[in-house]
Design a protein around this ligand. Structure first.
Ligand SMILES: Cc1cc2nc3c(=O)[nH]c(=O)nc-3n(C[C@H](O)[C@H](O)[C@H](O)COP(=O)(O)OP(=O)(O)OC[C@H]3O[C@@H](n4cnc5c(N)ncnc54)[C@H](O)[C@@H]3O)c2cc1C
Length: 451
């Protein structure tokens, strides 16, 4: 089990390598164009071409970045790779919006065509249509991604339409670039676009065909399903005819439950079991929407598929003198996994856990946590927003102030900080820890929501 986990860490690229490669791949078409033809037009026109070339490269690379490939997400974390995907998409949208506007400046005279004085920006009808459609589609894809939770349809519908829309966008952009661009029609750049297109298509092929096919070869079964609190479920999966998953305590997996391995209905959940527990995987699931609300009705013995492990929230290789965990709601799951593994390995470092919930009925695995507190040097603090009368624990939201008050000593002593839960809680924790001077390298996190 451990051997494979190490192989996975070796296959993940460090964040700096990923960022550098990304920057080089984006700048390369501009460098190629200027080197082979040279910038000969007014600077605004050249700037417009440059941002269009970089935006086209960024668009084609987005397929790779959003594809949940471990070589990328293993090094920077799944949530960060998806946030980078969103951030780069927003930057490229802005760049693409500016691209035609630059040509509307007085220097746009370079685009007047004596043969067709009515041509808009010097474009023929086909490239004007593909450029305009691409411009509108990019805006639509970005807007619907930002406002995803406000859309009146399911996440799966959004995800499929987002993928198909992105593929259509890539086709429109490439047609426009090659037909209308000053540089993109050059053989060297055509070859470069073919290379990036192959990466994009290869990513889609891997995501929608190869990965599900591999999952189908390693099925799982629902072995147990138990209600463990107010709208909280414990789900246990057992491998069906194979040895199970090699993972590190704290990682997560995408689950398909009671459906085909090729179904788009997959959701991420942190593994609450520990590698030392054996092959069965346990998940703690909180009802949030249409998929999680149906968990309780799943038949025991039903088929499941586990895509994982993913994520970089784990303690392996960390030598800090203490471990500070901050969890919100179902964000306890990876902490429980790490605590169980720590107990099994005889961890002797001090551990502090701040575990936040709205009310007492939402506390998960209370007895298990109490038992772990006996076996480890675990200082456990429940934080309730709506505490019952006579509550002796911490009360209120997980604010930066509360985190600061609880983490002052650990921050000064150089502990590692592990955060998991909804986006707003993670942001508050970050704010509190940064105010205490905790460096980023000592904060590991997994967000359950990207925003
Ligand atoms: C890395 C990670 C680990 C997680 N671990 C746990 C866990 O251990 N226990 C737990 O209870 N919850 C966990 N979650 C949250 C869980 O994935 C969502 O609550 C669940 O997918 C919601 O699906 P739904 O259809 O029931 O709700 P919806 O109402 O459809 O969605 C609720 C929220 O979840 C997001 N979401 C929905 N479907 C997906 C999807 N397929 N992929 C990503 N986000 C989605 C939506 O954008 C929305 O913000 C985790 C999330 C992430 C990103």
């Amino acid at each position: 089990m451990i051997g494979c986990a190490h192989a996975e860490r070796c296959s993940a690229l460090p964040a700096l390598v990923i960022l550098t490669a990304y920057a080089l791949l984006i700048v390369l078409p501009v460098a190629l164009g200027w080197w082979l033809i040279g910038p000969a037009r007014p600077w605004l026109d050249e700037a417009s071409s440059a941002i269009a070339l970089m935006a086209t490269a960024a668009l084609l690379l987005e397929f790779l970045l959003s594809g949940r490939f471990r070589v990328i997400s293993g090094g920077i974390g799944m949530d960060r790779s998806l946030r980078w995907h969103q951030m780069f998409a927003q930057i490229l949208t802005l760049a693409a919006l500016l691209h035609p506007l630059f040509y509307l400046t007085p220097s746009g005279a370079a685009f007047q065509r004596p043969d067709d004085p009515g041509a808009v920006l010097g474009l023929d009808a086909a490239s004007l249509i593909t450029g305009t459609l691409a411009w509108l589609l990019l805006g639509l894809l970005t807007l619907t991604a930002i406002r995803r939770d406000d859309l009146p349809f399911k996440y799966e519908v959004w995800r499929i339409s987002h993928g198909l829309g992105a593929a259509l966008l890539a086709g429109l952009v490439l047609h426009h670039a090659i037909a209308a661009g000053r540089y993109s029609g050059m053989p060297a750049l055509m070859a470069y676009w073919a290379f990036l297109l192959a990466i994009a298509l290869g990513s889609l092929f891997a995501i929608y065909l190869i990965r599900p096919w591999r999952l189908a070869c390693r099925p799982w079964r629902i072995a147990a399903l138990e209600r463990v609190g107010d709208r909280l479920w414990s789900l246990t999966l057992e491998p069906d005819g194979h040895a199970g998953l090699s993972y590190r305590a704290g990682q997560f997996a995408w689950l398909r439950l009671n459906c085909s391995a090729f179904s788009p209905r997959e959701h991420p959940f942190s593994i609450a079991a520990a590698p030392s527990d054996g092959a069965a995987l346990r998940f703690l699931i909180k009802e949030a929407g249409d998929f999680t609300r149906q968990i309780g009705g799943l038949p025991i013995g039903a088929r499941a598929f586990v895509d994982g492990p993913h994520g970089a929230l784990y303690l392996e290789g960390r030598r800090e003198p203490g471990i500070f965990m901050i969890a919100g709601g179902a964000g306890l799951a990876p902490m429980l996994s790490m605590l169980r593994e720590a107990a099994a390995r005889g961890e002797t470092r001090p551990i502090k856990l701040l575990y936040g919930n709205r009310h007492e009925g939402q506390i998960m695995a209370a007895a298990e946590l109490a038992a772990l507190a006996e076996r480890l040097r675990l200082d456990l603090h429940h934080v309730l927003q709506e505490p019952p009368p006579g509550w002796a624990g911490l009360a209120g939201m997980m604010t930066p102030e509360l985190i600061q008050a609880e983490a002052t000593r650990a921050a000064a002593e150089g502990w590692i900080f592990l955060l998991c839960g909804p986006g707003p809680m993670i942001r508050a924790a970050h704010q509190g820890l940064r105010a205490l001077g905790v460096p980023r390298r000592r904060i590991l996190e997994e967000r359950f929501s990207v925003f």
